[in-house]
Write a protein that binds this ligand. Structure first.
Ligand SMILES: [Zn+2]
Length: 95
């Protein structure tokens, strides 16, 4: 079965978890992760590919090298924004 995939979406979600898991001062809840991903994706070009199931990760790996710097830049910007304006009460005084 063929599927349509936005490679950028997978990369952004990966990068968000990667950065958040290495930074304990940032909220890592689902809401914040999704907000960050949405903001970052709005900042990045879409990158759709047609894939056979199971082939996706291979395609992601090859495209990753090219877009990585842009993705990290967009995600970092989105994280800073969500940290300042989270869609929920700030739980701890992290800053
Ligand atoms: Zn949160």
């Amino acid at each position: 079965m063929l599927r349509l995939f936005n490679v950028m979406e997978i990369m952004v979600l990966e990068t968000v978890s990667e950065i958040l898991s290495h930074n304990e001062t940032l909220c890592n809840c689902e809401r914040c992760r999704m907000d960050i991903a949405a903001l970052a994706l709005n900042d990045l070009p879409n990158s759709y590919v047609v894939t056979v199931e199971g082939e996706v990760m291979l395609r992601v790996q090859s495209l990753k090298q090219q877009a990585k710097v842009d993705v990290i830049k967009a995600v970092s910007k989105a994280i800073a924004r969500v940290a300042d304006y989270p869609h929920h009460q700030k739980k701890k005084a992290a800053r």
